[in-house]
Design a protein around this ligand. Structure first.
Ligand code: BGC
Length: 910
């Protein structure tokens, strides 16, 4: 028999369990978008958290935050650095720290609890932390920039440099941190082990203006006798840069700056820093370059060079380098890492007799190769994205990038080699110099990119579209290697602003790109010219080229995207001056006419061309594009100014944008709504950027639709393509949008998929229908720009659409568009508030719709082709649901829903 007491305990336990699970909880605490960041230099970091609950309609009514130097103090409510008290607010993202200033090298703990709209108080969250880096530049004075003796003017890559320093520790270490940066790329070791998986530190920034340092926790790596070892390669700093064979763009001398901060258990501290007592040597890396590859000679191996007992008698004393430290800034986004390892799907010999491994996926990074040979053997590794029509290795599209690694063996033992200071864009590896057959096991593809949390997922019933989505994601991974690049394989790999601008929204669906773009935008502002023009690539290494409508407008559009997706107002504030400079440049150029003419522009880059004598292709006049962007950017700037409280400015920009619109209408639009460039791109710009009087909008929409119907394919380039399906859907022509999307012939998004593409191509026809290559110098198989269609797939097919009035998806729309023969689609997005799900299928004429709305948000749900009387929500008739706000609108039913999971079903009226 169960005793009464036991029964009572069972009852209490069940009660607590039920009660606890239905209670709103606070989770996923982040500081400046990061979990427990270390080494940040933001004085008032922003704190965000998520609410979870298994109930519907949960929102936050108030929050309370505590911050302290220790968990103990936090719990005891003692010595708090900040106690917000109860703040009546629904803000659960970007709440700015408002406590005492926190000096350098301090870790703080924070916790938060919330009151929800049902009057319930959550428990305190698990504590989270952030740790400051160098908050006061003076701190760097204890370290010196060190370098090797002057190597002179750099005209070719020189051997990588190895630095070392021994030190011992007598006391028990409680905490140890390294703060490090370099001129060139570093690899850091402590007592023989790599300090972190991050690579290509200190990343790529506009080095002379912003040089990032990284912070590493090395507490567990220390011993009594210790050695720091650092390798330096040319990297972006001193390697080749751009297609004009430039080298050493930032400087001829590599350098290292290092500080290690030790806190001992007895409360004392010690610093180990780079100084004149460090030693250096050349080693096995004979040369290295991002474009050309790396040459590693095992005969020159410095075995044990990074261990404490190494005899460095032959090594040289370093020289001190007189370089500024005023440009040092903390790391903003995580450095790149090996994110995925891939095994070859095939190893074969080509018709030309080349030994080739196929990874089955176009990636960016390196390989890890296991080899055995004889002393003096050279193993050569070459990289290519594609094979030619005959199945041979094809590298012509890499232009002058040699993309070749060399490994020189010194004995017969097995070696595992992974290049250090280079990366390649490739699917195929061609190996030369092997004595033994290559097995799949000997080679691993290492996909390297900036770590980004996967936030989006899109899939549907069309397998080709699913492959397209995968290609977009890979294109993003491959080109998000510390900066958003155009392509990762040829002698370019630069931060082209136009490409970044058109792709930013899609990028922010696929992955969390908040810190990635935050960093890049700081470089954009840093490299912007005094006259307001934005260099075409950021960081700027081709300074002769600047401006260009649609490219330079990244200055406004990318931060605007960050605001829409993450609700980031600080980014708008920090980038505002830079935005203003660009708009003022355009306004100056346009003068009183408000028409900006005859400047330098790329135009609708790589738009459809034809060999027809009567139709050479879709050329949209560059001035028309320029003035559309002038209007759009000034319009956005007006919104941005008002968001950050600059209302006077906001009025000024609104007036400017209206004047630009009027001038545009006079110059480029006929009274009948026809544009002087009668192209898809021209109509897309005019309709997207509100360039037309209301009366002419339907006429322009008609012209656009007629053009698509006439060609039955897109004719757009970089400028028009990202707008195409969005505009077609918005003018009620989903049929045309789907027709373009599922088209498989050239030109289309799926044409490359049918040709076996595993990433997005630069051109619609990188490979021609007969299998031959486009022979232009520009023929990249990994250019994400056309992948901007991803935004439409998520927001129209998947139906998840942001609303800039309520940024960060605080209030959003779920409005799936059905077409293209699709029978199901699923979109998922992890937002700052939590996960959004929008998953639909049509089975036996029934539309089944599963959705999820995060706590502290709400959504407008638009059910396509529905009638109120048919709709069941969570198995109950919508009609009878008095607590819900719903209405019929045209062929749709609209329901306003609060947070929670819902299942909706209705008869789909085709
Ligand atoms: C790049 C582009 C870029 C373009 C400028 C090319 O070389 O690869 O993606 O936007 O130049 O128009």
């Amino acid at each position: 028999m169960i005793s009464k007491l036991r029964l009572f305990f069972v009852f209490i336990t069940c009660f607590i369990a039920v009660h606890a699970s239905s209670q709103t909880k606070v989770t996923d605490l982040v500081c400046e978008y990061m979990h427990n960041p270390i080494g940040i230099d933001i004085e008032k970091p922003r704190l965000s958290w998520k609410l979870i609950s298994d109930k519907h309609n949960i929102s936050q009514k108030a929050y309370e935050i505590k911050v302290a130097y220790s968990e103990k103090d936090l719990k005891a409510n003692k010595n708090l650095l900040w106690h917000s008290g109860k703040v009546e607010s629904s803000a659960s993202i970007h709440v700015q720290y408002q406590g005492q200033p926190i000096p350098s090298f301090k870790k703080v703990y924070w916790t938060v609890r919330v009151w929800d709209n049902k009057g319930k108080l959550s428990s305190w969250s698990e504590p989270s932390t952030w740790e400051t880096g160098v908050m006061d530049d003076e701190q760097w004075n204890r370290a010196s920039w060190i370098s090797v003796h002057d190597e002179g003017k750099i005209t070719t890559s020189l051997p990588s440099q190895y630095y070392r320093y021994d030190f011992n520790i007598e006391k028990k270490v409680k905490q140890a941190r390294v703060y490090i940066t370099s001129l060139g790329t570093y690899k850091l070791f402590l007592n023989g082990s790599k300090v972190s998986d991050y690579i290509f530190g200190p990343g790529w920034t506009s080095y002379h203006k912003r040089l990032q340092y990284q912070t590493y926790d090395v507490t567990e790596m220390l011993d009594k006798d210790n050695a720091v070892g650092v390798m330096l390669g040319d990297g972006w700093y001193r390697g080749r840069m751009g297609w004009q064979n430039d080298r050493a763009y930032y400087g001829d001398r590599l350098g290292l700056l290092f500080m290690m901060h030790l806190r001992f258990s007895d409360g004392s501290e010690k610093w180990i820093t780079s100084n004149k007592d460090w030693k250096w040597s050349y080693g096995p890396i004979i040369w290295s370059d991002h474009y050309d590859g790396e040459c590693y000679d095992l005969n020159k191996e410095l075995t044990g060079w990074n261990l404490a007992d190494y005899n460095d008698g032959e090594w040289h004393k370093v020289e001190l380098l007189d370089v500024t430290k005023d440009n040092l800034v903390a790391n903003v986004n995580e450095l790149p890492k090996i994110i995925k390892e891939l095994k070859p799907i095939d190893v074969f010999t080509s018709p030309k007799g080349e030994l080739i491994a196929d990874l089955g996926q176009n990636i960016v990074g390196n390989i890890r190769l296991k080899v055995k040979g004889l002393p003096g053997d050279t193993i050569i590794m070459k990289y290519a994205e594609v094979l030619d029509n005959d199945g041979n290795f094809y590298t012509a599209n890499l232009r002058s990038a040699k993309a070749t690694d060399y490994l020189i063996l010194n004995d017969e033992s097995e070696v595992v080699y992974e290049p250090n200071f280079t990366f390649h864009g490739f699917r195929y590896v061609h190996l030369q110099g092997l004595r033994n057959p290559l097995s799949k096991d000997d080679l691993t593809g290492l996909a390297i990119h900036s770590p980004m949390r996967e936030t989006g997922h899109f899939e549907c019933s069309d397998s080709l579209l699913n492959r397209l989505q995968k290609n977009i994601e890979w294109g993003q991974r491959d080109n998000f290697l510390d900066v958003p690049t155009d392509c990762p394989q040829r002698d370019e790999r630069l931060g082209w602003t136009g490409d970044a601008q058109v792709f930013s929204m899609t990028a922010a669906y696929n992955f969390d790109v908040a810190t990635f773009y935050t960093k890049w935008l700081k470089d954009l502002a840093a490299d912007q010219l005094v006259d307001g023009r934005v260099p075409v690539v950021i960081p700027d290494v081709v300074s002769k080229l600047k401006g260009s409508a649609a490219w330079a407008d990244a200055v406004i559009i990318v931060p605007w995207t960050m605001y829409r997706v993450y609700g980031d107002i600080r980014i708008l504030e920090e980038q505002y001056d830079s935005m203003v400079k660009w708009v003022e440049y355009m306004a100056r150029k346009a003068g009183k006419s408000y028409l900006w003419k005859n400047d330098f522009h790329w135009g609708d880059w790589l738009a459809f061309t034809s060999t027809r004598s009567d139709y050479p292709g879709a050329t949209t006049e560059k001035d028309l594009i320029a003035n559309s962007y002038f209007r759009y950017s000034s319009m956005l700037l007006s919104k941005i100014a008002s968001i950050i409280g600059k209302h006077e400015d906001s009025r000024k920009w609104a007036e400017l944008s209206e004047n630009v619109k009027s001038a545009f209408i006079k110059e480029f639009v006929t009274p009948n709504g026809r544009l002087v460039s009668h192209t898809q791109t021209a109509y897309l710009l005019a309709l997207s950027f509100d360039m037309l009087p209301d009366t002419l909008k339907p006429k322009a929409a008609n012209y656009l639709a007629q053009d698509v119907e006439k060609f039955k394919h897109l004719t757009t380039g970089f400028v028009g393509t990202p707008l195409l399906c969005n505009v077609l859907s918005d003018i009620g022509r989903d049929d045309l949008a789907f027709m373009l999307l599922i088209r498989k012939e050239y030109p289309s998004w799926l044409y490359p998929v049918t040709k076996g593409a595993t990433t997005i191509w630069e051109r619609w026809n990188c490979i021609l229908p007969d299998g031959s290559f486009h022979l232009m110098g520009m023929n990249s198989f990994n250019h994400y720009a056309y992948g901007a269609i991803g935004e439409w797939m998520y927001s129209y097919i998947g139906g998840i659409k942001s609303n800039s009035e309520y940024p960060a998806y605080k209030y959003f729309t779920l409005s799936p568009h059905v077409g293209g023969g699709l029978t199901y689609a699923k979109g998922e997005l992890i937002t700052m508030y939590g996960k959004i799900l929008s998953s639909w299928n049509i089975t036996n004429g029934i539309f089944n719709y599963e959705i999820e709305i995060p706590c502290n948000t709400s959504a407008k749900v638009v059910l396509p082709n529905a009638q109120v009387a048919d709709v069941l929500i969570d198995n109950k008739a919508l009609e009878n649901n008095k607590s819900l706000d719903f209405k019929a609108e045209g062929k749709n039913v609209i329901i306003e829903l609060g947070s929670g999971k819902y299942k909706i079903q209705y008869k789909y009226n085709n």
